[in-house]
Each structure stands twice: as structure tokens, then as C-alpha cells.
Design a binder for this molecule. Structure first.
Ligand code: 5AD
Ligand code: SF4
Length: 482
């Protein structure tokens, strides 16, 4: 799981077409990870088949859904604050429907809070029953009080063939495995998303095939533990098997997957990536901490030495591989010596970038029940976070210097927010590239070679060095049933 930049997230809310005049309007606020992003697409698809059209303006919406994240306290506070603020809007627009969905909805404490503080919410549903949105909305309309329908688990069969409204463009995310069985002691995900369930390989293949037919060219496979894919089948299959079957699909240029767990990263998968022309050579491998006592307390199921060995093996079979990671600072029991080992590991691996988090005790997780549930004082945590970030920024800057003079192919995402004379793009390794806009031609969603001439900490920049590899993509896409 990794954070997603907000500017990408709301792209499909902004379409405003003439044919939508008179339709009821929906707005989905999505917090958290890619799994939530994908869930929002599935909610949007159902709403659009019911005749709803998207809007970006809350006061125009007939339906607002807050798709919440429970991974840290800050994400929860953000959602609760937003829900609280919508009380006034709801009073002005009594016919508007307000729904709360996502990981927080799976937590009993959220339901209690909503009942007490947010009676203006009409509907609460969870991560396991979002494919029933049509029925839930119908029932909520008949209900005087808040309708709460949260399933504890997904049941025996996975919901397939649910309509979904993906973002325009050439990138698509595809779920391949839901849930998590790892039970890291700090993490709420196994409780909000349930046990691991893989989608059938044929279902995934058919979806990618259809996406290629729609003009999607870059696919990201999603799962909380994406490289556990297929272990629950008899006979089992794995992520390398899936990628082997997907790679020949014509029209797909880039393949990516997130998030793998270091413990389940097989040699077979490393070797597959090493010889693949489509799979990204950027591996996001959350390490979380650099000291063995803390890794053990976190129940990460690997040691520092095993993690470093995985990095070394990846480097030996995947040319030009780069790594990114997630790190938690201030986990219960983390001493200055433990933290020094995290800094040391960061120095050794030289991640391209890292998502760094202050530990946040999550009610319902094992670590939150320990006696020392949160003993590292906040100023100490923050000081460690600052030191970690300073080190990582230095390494990111140095890593970017190696790109000077190279000519990677980048995927243009659109005009830069800060400077309309510049295209914002990314390499296949996820690196932000700012590209000088030299002509009026719209390069959005085109793959273009760019010569890198500037390298900073958070981005590189350069000039177009050749023709786009793909034709301008088709704009209007259907709502496929997945
Ligand atoms: N506190 C802080 N960070 C957390 N993460 C997960 N749970 C917590 C928590 N309780 C971080 C991990 C994970 C990322 C998505 O969020 O680093 O990889
Ligand atoms: Fe949470 Fe650990 Fe599962 Fe990742 S592997 S979702 S951190 S429990």
C-alpha cells in the first residue's frame, strides 16, 4: 500500500458533458491507497450505470461518498473532519445522500462515532459489499435512520463482472488479490480487508485483454500482498505465472505490481522481471524498520539480513533495478540504536525514494494492546523522522544525478499544475519528469523519449528526444463490467 498523489485521483470527476444535464450527480472522495482508488472506480461504474453523472462540486452533488482509510490516525481524523463539515451542506440540501465507505466503515468504533456525532450520514457500507451499491442506495432511501450494512468478510465468492468507471488515459489498475494474512502487529488492514483471496487467473487475463482492447497500455496489478497471488489455489499459481501469461498481450507496454511483501518475493519472480521487457524495474519493497528486534516485534517475518540479501539478489538478476520503500518511525520499543540501524539500512540499499510514517497506534491491532502501546515520545519520533527524511532526500538527489544524459521513455500525464508550459510525466520506474512543452501538440497519455538535462531531489527534467511511441489515445471509454 502506498499513498497516491491527489491530482491523479480525481481526474475522472472533472468531465462535464452536455449529455449529463439533468442527471443526478455523484462525488466520491477517496482517501488512502490504490485499493481504495480502485474501489472508488467500481462504485463510480455502478453509479453511472444507474444514470448518475460525476461532479467535482459538493454543493451540486445528489450523492457524496467518503471512501475512507484507517491505516493511520491522521487519515481517520481527515475523514471524520470532512464528514462533520458536511452536516451544514446536508442541512441546506436535505435530499442529498451522504455515504461513508472504505476501511473505517469496517471498524465498530467508527459506526459508534457516526451514530453519535454524524446522524446526517444516510448510509454506511464496507469494503466487502461495495458491489451492491445499487441495492444499498435503494434501501437507504427507504430508511429514516442511518442504514449501516457492513459485512465482516467477503463470503465464499468474489464479486466479478461489476461495472467500473476507470480514469481516462492509458493507465489502469487491476485487483488480483484482496486482503492480507500477514498480521503485522501495527497494521489494521487484515481487520478491515479480511483474509487473502486471489482472483482467478482467467478472470484477470480476460480483464487485461479487454483493457488492452479499450486502449489501456500500462497496467498495475494490485494487492495488499500482491506477490502472495495464487497461493490459495489448488494447484497454486504465482505472480510470475500470471505475468508470464499477461506479457504477450498486444497493446500493453508497461506492467507493474504493488505492493509486494519482501518475505514472499521468490527467485522465480526476480528472474522473470530480469528478462521481461514490460515489467517495471522499480520494486517497491516496504522494509518498515532496519533492526531485527523491531522487525520481530512488528511480525514482519524477515530479518534485516534477509531483506538485504533480497536486495542483493534483485540487483544481480535485474539490470538497472531501483527500489522504493515504506518506513515506520517510532514503533513501540524503538531505541536510538534500533533507529540507527534503520538509517544504516537506508544508506546500504540507497532507495530511490521512501514513504516515511510516524507510528500511529491503531485500535484493534496487537501493538495497540501492548502495555508499551506508544512509548516513543512525539518529539523524539518527529526528530527521527526528520533525520530519516534528510538522509533519504540526499540519496534521492544523488540517485537522480545518474539519470543526467539518459533518454528514458516517459508517460505524459498532463500539463504541470505549477507551469502550463511544462508537461508532467513519469518514467516506468515512477520517477517524475518535467518536460519542456515545445509545440502545441497535446502529449497527454503519450509515451515519449525524453533527454534528461536537470536532476533535482524530487524530479528530473528534460527535452523531448523523439516521436511518441503510441498514437493519441481514444478519449471516450466504455464502462466495462469487471
Ligand atoms: N502507523 C504508521 N504507519 C503505518 N503503516 C501501516 N500501519 C501503520 C501504523 N499503524 C504504513 C506502513 C505501510 C504503509 C502503507 O503505511 O509503512 O507499508
Ligand atoms: Fe499491513 Fe503487514 Fe499486511 Fe502490509 S503486510 S497490509 S503492513 S499487515
Amino acid at each position: 500500500m502506498t499513498a497516491v498523489e491527489p491530482h491523479i485521483r480525481d481526474a475522472w470527476h472533472r468531465e462535464d458533458k452536455e449529455e449529463n444535464v439533468g442527471s443526478p450527480r455523484y462525488l466520491i472522495h477517496t482517501l488512502g491507497c490504490q485499493m481504495n482508488e480502485r474501489d472508488s472506480e467500481i462504485m463510480a461504474g455502478q453509479l453511472e450505470t444507474m444514470g448518475y453523472a460525476p461532479t467535482a462540486a459538493e454543493d451540486e452533488a445528489d450523492l457524496i461518498i467518503i471512501n475512507t482509510c484507517a491505516v493511520r490516525g491522521s487519515a481517520e481524523d481527515h475523514a471524520l473532519g470532512h464528514i462533520g463539515r458536511l452536516k451544514q451542506l446536508k442541512a441546506q440540501h436535505p435530499h442529498m445522500t451522504l455515504a461513508v465507505a472504505g476501511c473505517m466503515a469496517q471498524e465498530p468504533k467508527t459506526i459508534a462515532w457516526l451514530k453519535r456525532h454524524a446522524p446526517h450520514v444516510d448510509l454506511v457500507f464496507g469494503t466487502h459489499n461495495l458491489h451492491q451499491l445499487r441495492r444499498l442506495l435503494d434501501e437507504a432511501e427507504q430508511h429514516e435512520e442511518m442504514l449501516v450494512e457492513v459485512w465482516k468478510s467477503a463470503g465464499d465468492t468474489l464479486a466479478e463482472h461489476v461495472p467500473s468507471r476507470r480514469k481516462q488515459g492509458v493507465r489502469a489498475q487491476v485487483n488480483i488479490i484482496y486482503g492480507c494474512d500477514k498480521f503485522c502487529t501495527y497494521c489494521i488492514v487484515p481487520f478491515t480487508r479480511g483474509r487473502e483471496r486471489s482472483r482467478r487467473l482467467d478472470d484477470v487475463l480476460a480483464e487485461v485483454q479487454a483493457l488492452a482492447g479499450e486502449g489501456y497500455e500500462a497496467i498495475t496489478f494490485l494487492g495488499q500482498n500482491v506477490n502472495s497471488y495464487g497461493h490459495d489455489f489448488d494447484p497454486p499459481v504465482d505472480l510470475a505465472d500470471l505475468l508470464t501469461r499477461v506479457e504477450p498481450i498486444e497493446g500493453i507496454r508497461w506492467l507493474h505490481f504493488m505492493t509486494p511483501h519482501p518475505r514472499d518475493f521468490s527467485q522465480k519472480l526476480l528472474e522473470f522481471i530480469g528478462q521481461s521487457h514490460k515489467v517495471s524495474r522499480q520494486l517497491h519493497l516496504p522494509v518498515q524498520a532496519g533492526s531485527n528486534p523491531i522487525l520481530r516485534r512488528m511480525n514482519r517475518k524477515y530479518t534485516r539480513e534477509q531483506y538485504l540479501d533480497l536486495i542483493a539478489r534483485a540487483r544481480s538478476v535485474i539490470e538497472d533495478v531501483t527500489f522504493t520503500t515504506d518506513i515506520i518511525v517510532g514503533f513501540p520499543g524503538e531505541t536510538e540504536e534500533d533507529f540507527a540501524l534503520t538509517l544504516d539500512l537506508v544508506q546500504q540499499v540507497r532507495f530511490d525514494s521512501a514513504f516515511t510514517f510516524l507510528y500511529s497506534a491503531r485500535e484493534g491491532t496487537p501493538a495497540a494492546r501492548w502495555e508499551d502501546r506508544d512509548p516513543v515520545p512525539n518529539p523524539v519520533k518527529k526528530d527521527r523522522l526528520n533525520r530519516l527524511m534528510a538522509l533519504q532526500y540526499q540519496i534521492s538527489w544523488e540517485a537522480n544525478q545518474h539519470l543526467l544524459g539518459t533518454t528514458p521513455v516517459v508517460l505524459v500525464e498532463g500539463r504541470s499544475k505549477k507551469d502550463p508550459h511544462v508537461w508532467a510525466a513519469r518514467t516506468q520506474q515512477g520517477k517524475v519528469v518535467l518536460v519542456e512543452r515545445e509545440t502545441e501538440t497535446d502529449l497527454t497519455d503519450r509515451f515519449v523519449p525524453v533527454r534528461i538535462t536537470v536532476a533535482k531531489t524530487f524530479y528530473v527534467a528534460g527535452r523531448i528526444a523523439g516521436e511518441p511511441l503510441n498514437a493519441p489515445p481514444r478519449r471516450a471509454k466504455s464502462i466495462p463490467m469487471w
